[in-house]
Design a protein around this ligand. Structure first.
Ligand SMILES: Cc1ncc(COP(=O)(O)O)c(C=O)c1O
Length: 382
């Protein structure tokens, strides 16, 4: 098998010979799966036993993802947030401590601070980029990271972090939704559980909620067990959409990257903008790490405006023709949202209001013209 992502995304997980030549594995909707006879029910477990434990559709998606991630096993779940929760629950027990990156996705923090706390698992936060060694406690069971992290897009040295965590006997879990396995393969850089909100780029069309976790050898059995014990299942319809999205993922990402960088560079030169948060820009403090470990960037980045009243930011955002206001990203369409940054390890200093932009698949010049008019509205309302 080639290592070219475009070819792999098109070919992996296809089982046409098992489906009358149909190119992509069709949707199986199943709860009951019939066994041929009594002996089959009592003997070694066949591949498919009951809907919740997988169908050819879910298996095709999981097989393709495992190959892309270089994983021993992948499990699918109903959302990215659920993938985060299950990954953590598969390694942490009551009495354990979890060390979490301060720029992790907001609901990840809420899960840690609320549900994990209720289960007797404590969490504390580290500033991305800091040495985690002094923050590891005797009962630290895992380190949860996200790089680049939500809203601020700060990069972390994942191989170095994994080395430190492993020396302490802690597992490393990573939310890799920004890069997807096309641009960064966490398990090849020391991570034990690679987490993906497939809702975003893998699905790619803003029409599915889906998550997955890919495990290395040492974490696969416990992950599979936890997934089974919790009764989790991602539907055949949703896995089919994940599989269909996967076929065009590298091509879409290349375009998201190109447009995102074009918008980021254009915005960076604007007088209304204080700073751009995008690790693929040479000016970004995380650029060297991004260049060393990642093979590309998606279309999601941050913009810090110079100080401006809220009504001016609203005037900028509200009149945009091509940017929707929605709490997501990774689909074909451009989006813009205000970024409310919550940090507890160390505060994040922003010069002015922060916005998060998702560069979609529209024409880049149309998007720039739209932003240009928006900045004019911002100036007039300031
Ligand atoms: C970085 C990151 N991880 C995970 C998630 C959660 O994914 P889902 O919405 O599928 O639960 C999101 C959603 O916005 C996200 O931005």
């Amino acid at each position: 098998m080639t290592d070219k992502p475009e070819t792999r995304a098109v070919s992996l997980g296809r089982k046409s010979d098992e489906h009358h030549g149909v190119v992509n594995t069709p949707v199986y909707r199943a709860s009951t799966i019939l066994f041929p006879d009594y002996a089959a029910m009592s003997g070694p477990e066949p591949e498919y036993t009951y809907g919740r434990r997988g169908t050819p559709t879910t298996r095709s998606f999981e097989d393709a993802i495992s190959a892309l991630e270089g994983a021993a096993r992948t499990v699918t779940v109903p959302s990215g947030l659920n993938a985060i929760a299950i990954a953590i629950l598969s390694v942490c027990n009551a009495g354990d401590h979890l060390l979490v990156a301060d720029n992790a996705y907001g609901p990840t923090r809420t899960f840690c601070d609320r549900t994990l706390k209720r289960l007797g698992i404590t969490s504390s936060y580290y500033a991305p980029g800091d040495d985690i060694a002094p923050l590891l406690q005797p009962n630290t069971k895992a380190v949860f990271c996200e790089s680049p992290g939500s809203l601020t897009f700060e990069m972390q040295d994942i191989p170095a972090l994994a080395k430190t965590a492993h020396a302490h006997g802690a597992s490393v879990l990573m939310d890799n939704t920004w890069a997807t396995p096309i641009f960064f393969q966490p398990l090849q850089h020391g991570v034990d559980l690679s987490i993906q909100a497939a809702t975003k780029y893998v699905g790619g069309h803003a029409d599915v909620m889906l998550g997955y976790i890919s495990a290395n050898d040492s974490h696969a059995a416990r992950l599979h067990q936890t997934h089974g014990d919790m009764g989790l299942y991602a539907s055949g319809d949703d896995c089919f959409l994940g599989l269909r999205g996967l076929r065009t993922l590298p091509v879409r990402l290349a375009r998201h990257q190109e447009t995102g960088l074009k918008l980021a560079r254009w915005l960076e030169a604007r007088p209304e903008v204080a700073r751009i948060l995008h690790p693929a820009l040479e000016s970004d403090p995380g650029h060297a790490l991004w260049k060393r470990d990642f093979s590309g960037a998606c279309g999601l980045f941050g913009v810090i405006l110079k100080p401006a009243p809220e009504k001016a930011v609203a005037a900028f955002v509200d009149g945009l023709a091509h940017f929707g206001l929605g709490w997501s990203w990774g689909g074909f369409e451009s989006l813009i949202v205000p970024a409310h940054i919550k940090r507890t390890a160390r505060s994040f200093a922003a010069e002015g209001p922060v916005l998060r932009i998702h560069a979609g698949l529209e024409d880049a010049d149309d998007l720039i013209a739209d932003l240009d008019l928006g900045l004019e509205r911002l100036r007039r309302a300031s």
